[in-house]
Design a protein around this ligand. Structure first.
Ligand code: 13P
Ligand code: SF4
Length: 309
């Protein structure tokens, strides 16, 4: 692979000095993915964060992911390159609104997609990721009515896979809902043999036309095991770096939207290589959390980690 740049070398030296581990989501820029100790999806990253024994966890992803790392491993200093790196999906379900809804509708079993705040996790019974959502929902006691928050697209997909009716919170990912059947059909005319791989945060019509719907991590395995040599990838563009690095002999085409040939998540892209260097140097911005909320948010995450082993 390519030699590292000066700033990447600087980051690795700082990492040693700080006794840090660099956890990286699949949507991060290539220069950050190249120097990650682990690059993966939300589920893999949660396990890695829980197991981390370094003093510092540098989380290259968005805020809820770094917050999850702090919840499962509170003794560590958890930093993220840009504190403003949020998530539209997480924002679509504020804690107060969920609390009010639960109060008005008592007895619901709340399954929360990990893309939510610590406050929302603290109000939930179990957490899931796109990688284990079907498995988690299947384990919810049969006599309970489920409320699934905050992603209505993932929730609708899981309800269909499991045959289990669920109330869906009306949230969505601003980036994934930009993929359309029309835009994907256009690119499929150019690559008629290429299977379409889509994230479950995409809308139903896009999921229905896809050959595979799965988490970012499972996309790697799917493309590896599928005999095709080209794939159309309907998820955030960072995923293409991961796929091209792991499967250099295959071709990956970014899923287009109606307006753009690819689809970046503006929050994921707030982390830059300079900000990563600065946060390791300054040990800031750091994730801090109310201990009461942290403890309440821990139980449903712990339940997920046990249920999905
Ligand atoms: P994955 O867990 O599949 O990587 O998804 C995370 C995410 O934010 C999707 O938008
Ligand atoms: Fe959130 Fe969507 Fe960005 Fe994932 S891609 S972090 S769900 S806004």
């Amino acid at each position: 692979s390519d030699p590292l740049t000066a700033i990447q070398e600087e980051i690795l030296a700082l990492k040693k000095e700080r006794n840090a581990v660099i956890l990286v989501h699949n949507y991060q820029i290539e220069a950050i993915q190249q120097i990650g100790d682990y690059v993966g999806d939300s589920l893999g990253l949660s396990y890695r964060a829980a197991e981390a024994d370094a003093d510092v966890i540098v989380f290259c992803g968005v805020h809820f992911m770094a917050e999850t790392a702090k919840i499962v491993n509170p003794g560590k200093t958890v930093i993220l390159p840009d504190m403003e790196a949020g998530c539209s999906l997480s924002d679509s379900c504020p804690g107060e609104k969920l609390a009010a809804y639960k109060e008005a509708n008592p007895g619901l079993y709340v399954v929360a997609y990990i893309n939510c705040s610590a406050e929302v996790k603290a109000l939930s019974d179990v957490i899931c990721t796109s990688g284990n959502a079907v498995k988690i929902v299947e384990k919810v006691p049969q006599d309970r009515d489920i409320l699934f928050v905050p992603d209505q697209n993932l929730g609708q997909w899981v309800a269909k896979q499991t045959g289990r009716p669920m109330q869906l919170w009306p949230g969505s990912c601003y980036a994934h809902v930009l993929f359309t059947v029309r835009a994907l059909e256009k690119v499929r005319m150019q690559f008629p043999e290429a299977p379409i791989v889509a994230h479950p945060e995409c809308v139903e019509s896009v999921r229905d036309m896809a050959d595979e719907v799965c988490s970012t991590e499972k996309m790697v395995a799917f493309c590896q095991n599928n005999p095709a040599d080209s794939f159309i990838v309907a998820t955030e563009t960072g995923m293409l770096h991961r796929l091209r690095r792991e499967l250099p002999n295959k071709t990956f085409i970014a899923g287009p939207t109606d307006r753009c040939a690819c689809n970046d998540c503006r929050f994921m892209k707030m982390n830059t290589i300079e900000k990563l260097r600065d946060c390791l140097r300054d040990l800031s911005p750091e994730i801090k959390m109310d201990e009461e909320v942290r403890k309440k948010a821990f139980d449903p995450i712990q339940r997920m980690l046990e249920w999905s082993r």
